[in-house]
Each structure stands twice: as C-alpha cells, then as structure tokens.
Design a protein around this ligand. Structure first.
Ligand code: SAM
Length: 231
C-alpha cells in the first residue's frame, strides 16, 4: 500500500543525487552546502518509463541517448531492487556508462506530479502495461482520461508518449483515450517507424522479447504533446 511508497512532497523536494551521482551539480557555494534542500543535478530527468519491469528498455536506451537522464518507475519493490542492481552492475562493468539511467519504486498512477514539474519531460514510455481485461478493472489501466492529463502536464510541447502492447483491445483503448485528449495528436506511421526508440521498445523490453518468442503481434502508437492553446 501507499504508506510504504516514498515520494517527494513536490519536484523541488526530490533528491535525485543518489540516483544520478555523476550528474550532481558541482557548484557548492557555502549557502548551498548548508541548505537542507537536496543537491541539484546539472540537468533534469527527461525520459520516463512507466511500469519499467525488469529494465530492458532503460538499459538499451541509455547508450542510445547518453546525454539524457532516464528514469524507470516500478511499483513492485523487488523488481525495482533488481533494476537498481542491474544498473549498478553495468556502471561498474563499464565505467562512465549507464550513469544516465535509474529506477525508483513508485506508483505512477498516483504520484507523477510529485516527481516532475510541468513540461519537464521529453518522452514517456508505456510498454506492455498490464491489460486489466475485465471492464470493472479498466479504471486500473495506466492510460485513462485522468492520467492522460497528468502525462500532458509533465510532457513538454513536442514531447512524445510511446505506447506498445500485444493486446489489441488495450491498444485500441490507449489510442481512443489519447486521441480524445486535446493535448495529444497521434504521430504518423512514417515517423514512428524511423524513430530508433520504437525499435528499442519492440525488441529490448522483457515483454517485447516474450511476445516475439511466442510469435505474437505488437501494436505501437505514439502521441505528440501539442502546444498549449494561446489563452
Ligand atoms: N514495461 C516492461 C516491459 O515491457 O517488459 C514491463 C511490463 S509488465 C507487463 C507491467 C509492469 O508495470 C509491471 O512490472 C508492474 O509491476 C508495473 N506497474 C503496474 N502498475 C504500476 C503503477 N501504478 N506504477 C508503477 N508500475 C506499475
């Protein structure tokens, strides 16, 4: 339950330093050193993998986007610990690499605005989310009218939500809900196919690999955050 989840009161209260130690800002004025505020990073987290599972996407994306900080959000504590260990081991094995990837335990359905400021993110990945097939469980889906507004808040104009699933009905659900949202427009197929992140999402997620072994289909849809209207 939530009382076991740690989350900041607001994005300014989030202490990122332990997750991205190589990115901690070096400017340590005495004022900053004495402050109780968390040590700031040189740059913000810009990429989020919601329900990152075992971290396949993060680990594959880290060297492809080496200048971007990326974060996996995972609700299961043991799975989170696994991903943290995985990244830690990769950092040790390849000094200098994988410093831009991290994973935290979080319920993305509840606490996204606690972690990210408005327009902070460039990309949000939603890869093979739990389908929650039964109608009475649909409210547990990670794409919904309410949550889409939170994604729209955290994403900057021009930013992209990436979705992939092997469940066609869930794909249709995600497309329907994201297309209906005024902040999002669907990205055209050509652009989807030429985006290197899409190949990673298909091939490197643990679920993507499982679906490939079972020769299943994968449905991909991307949505761009529109500019806010001028009022
Ligand atoms: N994205 C990974 C992949 O493609 O291999 C894992 C997909 S797995 C089917 C769905 C994951 O989402 C699980 O690891 C689950 O624990 C996580 N999850 C479900 N609800 C969540 C929530 N509210 N916040 C964070 N993670 C969640």
């Amino acid at each position: 339950s939530d009382h076991a989840l740690e989350y900041p009161v607001s994005p300014a209260d989030m202490d990122w330093a332990k997750f991205y130690p190589e990115y901690v800002s070096e400017s340590t004025s005495s004022e900053e050193a004495n402050s109780s505020q968390p040590r700031p990073l040189k740059q913000d987290v810009e990429i989020v993998d919601i329900g990152c599972g075992y971290g396949g996407l993060l680990v594959a994306l880290s060297p492809i986007l080496p200048d971007k900080l990326m974060l996996g959000l995972e609700i299961r504590s043991q799975v989170t610990a696994f991903v943290q260990e995985r990244i830690y081991a990769l950092r040790k094995q390849s000094p200098g690499a994988y410093q831009n990837a991290a994973c935290i335990r979080a319920n993305s359905m509840k606490f996204l605005p606690n972690f990210f400021r408005k327009a902070q993110l460039a990309k949000i990945f939603i890869c093979f989310p739990d389908p929650h097939f039964k109608a009475r469980k649909h409210k547990a889906r990670i794409v919904s009218t309410t949550l889409n507004s939170e994604y729209a808040f955290a994403l900057r104009p021009g930013g992209v939500i990436y979705t992939i699933t092997d469940v066609e009905a869930l794909h249709e659900w995600m497309v329907e809900h994201l297309e209906a949202h005024p902040a999002f427009e669907r990205v055209a197929d050509e652009e989807v196919e030429s985006d290197p992140c899409v190949a990673v999402m298909r091939a490197e997620t643990e679920e993507g690999k499982k679906v490939a072994r079972n020769k299943g289909l994968k449905f991909v849809a991307l949505f761009r955050r529109r500019e806010d209207p001028p009022w």
